[in-house]
Design a protein around this ligand. Structure first.
Ligand code: DC
Length: 207
């Protein structure tokens, strides 16, 4: 079984997708984490070096953690700086091509809940179920702010909302695979739903 969950930053996709995978006892693939890991590796590199670097890069998930060249980078990729830079670098067609191939390979091998921006439209257009999870920018910023506050208490809600709107703009307006709702995706708006209600709604569609 293949389940695609797409949606904007802060829509709760990751937590929801992880939980759905656990309940269905199948693999969870966080594709945003893959874009973040690549960004970490390319942070201080020049664009003309990317191709060679990608050829010798290894990205894997083990026990719910993401490994970049055999090093667990799960925490390192969750900073506000990496979020901003990832949104820029994920416009790069070469990086997208590399990661999409890796993701398609994962989905071919086993049942997955795969979560990202272009999963239903590009990575697994033949998915059994496609969901587009969203919420208002203010609600998403509130959730992100509460999450980030634990690591960085210098951030304000206003800054998080501003960054989120910039990322929304980047993610929806880039030329290659912008964030869009696939025509046949089911929209789940979680603005007024709590966590369990969102999960139940999604599960109610899955047979
Ligand atoms: O889901 P996230 O916030 O961890 O994603 C980080 C960035 O990666 C986000 O700016 C959009 C990008 N991304 C993407 O372009 N395509 C995906 N399938 C997943 C994430």
């Amino acid at each position: 079984m293949k389940i695609a969950i797409d949606g904007p930053a802060g829509s709760g996709k990751s937590t929801i997708a992880k939980d759905i995978a656990k309940r269905l006892n199948i693999i969870y693939v966080d594709t945003g984490a893959m874009y973040r890991a690549i960004t970490l590796k390319l942070l201080d590199k020049k664009e003309n070096e990317y191709e060679d670097i990608l050829k010798e890069t290894k990205i894997e998930f083990k026990d719910g953690n993401i490994y970049l060249d055999d090093v667990d980078v799960s925490n390192k990729i969750r900073t506000n700086e990496i979020s901003k830079k990832t949104s820029e670098l994920s416009k790069n067609p070469m990086i997208r091509k590399y990661l999409v191939a890796l993701q398609q390979d994962m989905a071919k091998k086993e049942s997955v809940v795969m979560e990202g921006r272009d999963i239903a439209s590009v990575v697994i257009p033949d998915a059994d179920y496609k969901f587009f999870l969203t919420a208002t920018p203010e609600e998403r910023a509130k959730r992100r702010f509460l999450q980030l506050k634990e690591k960085d208490n210098s951030l304000t809600y206003e800054e998080v909302l501003k960054d989120l709107k910039i990322r929304d703009k980047n993610d929806t307006s880039r030329e290659v695979s912008p964030l869009t709702k696939a025509e046949d995706a089911i929209v789940i708006d979680s603005t007024d739903l709590d966590y369990e209600e969102t999960i139940s709604k999604i599960l109610s569609y899955i047979k």
